[in-house]
Write a new protein. Structure first.
Length: 226
């Protein structure tokens, strides 16, 4: 798939051929900047993310021509999104869907299929059915990349980038409310402080140690040439 957004004259070229010349990902620095904007501390001292209602005005009030700041680049990334005109971003989003499906299976103790069976297992899932129905409901659905190809790309990303971590998650026991010994090699632990409905339970993946109290932020631009 041709994708060269970092070229001279990109502002004009992205209008003529957004599939190739419109940036469809965020560099790490821009990602960190927009995450900092969304991270706030409430008056009572709680660290959290802004709500949709709080973040929407921040993006709406940006200069329409701003594509370089973190918030501006993030807004531009999704403004007028269409799987046809932004196929690279569409692939990235489908990868995120697949990641969430795997996370959901682990959380609810359903386990993960082997990498050889991952594609077929996801195709048989309700999440895939919802994704396919949403895509087919679009007027330009026929012009979009065939979903089966997009799924193959997502699975290939898993095999190429996530095989070791995926294997460790497969070996994890079903989640329980009891924390195992701190020196366990691989454990999926419920955070004992979490008291939310089961559909929103949060898990912490621990490899022989407790998670750091300070969250770490990291970002990777999978769209830059390697």
């Amino acid at each position: 798939m041709p994708y060269t957004p970092y070229v001279q004259g990109w502002r004009e070229k992205r209008q003529d051929c957004p599939q190739r010349f419109r940036r469809q990902g965020l560099p790490v620095g821009r990602l960190n900047t927009v995450l900092d904007m969304l991270h706030i501390i409430r008056p009572e001292g709680e660290e959290t993310l802004t709500t949709f209602g709080e973040s929407e005005p921040l993006l709406r009030d940006l200069d329409p021509s701003d594509m370089r700041s973190g918030p501006g680049a993030a807004r531009d990334l999704f403004d007028g999104f269409d799987p046809v005109t932004r196929p690279v971003l569409w692939r990235v989003l489908v990868i995120q869907v697949l990641l969430y499906w795997c996370f959901q299976n682990v959380v609810f103790g359903e386990g993960l299929p082997g990498l050889d069976d991952l594609e077929n297992a996801f195709r048989d899932s309700a999440m895939h059915a919802s994704l396919a129905a949403a895509l087919q409901s679009r007027l330009d659905a026929e012009a979009a990349e065939d979903l089966s190809i997009t799924i193959k790309v997502a699975v290939s990303y898993f095999v190429d980038r996530l095989t070791p971590a995926y294997g460790e998650c497969r070996r994890c026991p079903p989640p329980t409310r009891h924390l195992p010994p701190h020196n366990s090699e691989c454990s999926l632990n419920w955070d004992p402080k979490v008291t939310v409905p089961s559909s929103r339970l949060q898990v912490v993946l621990v490899r022989g140690r407790q998670p750091s109290a300070q969250p770490r932020r990291s970002g990777v631009d999978p769209l830059r040439p390697r």
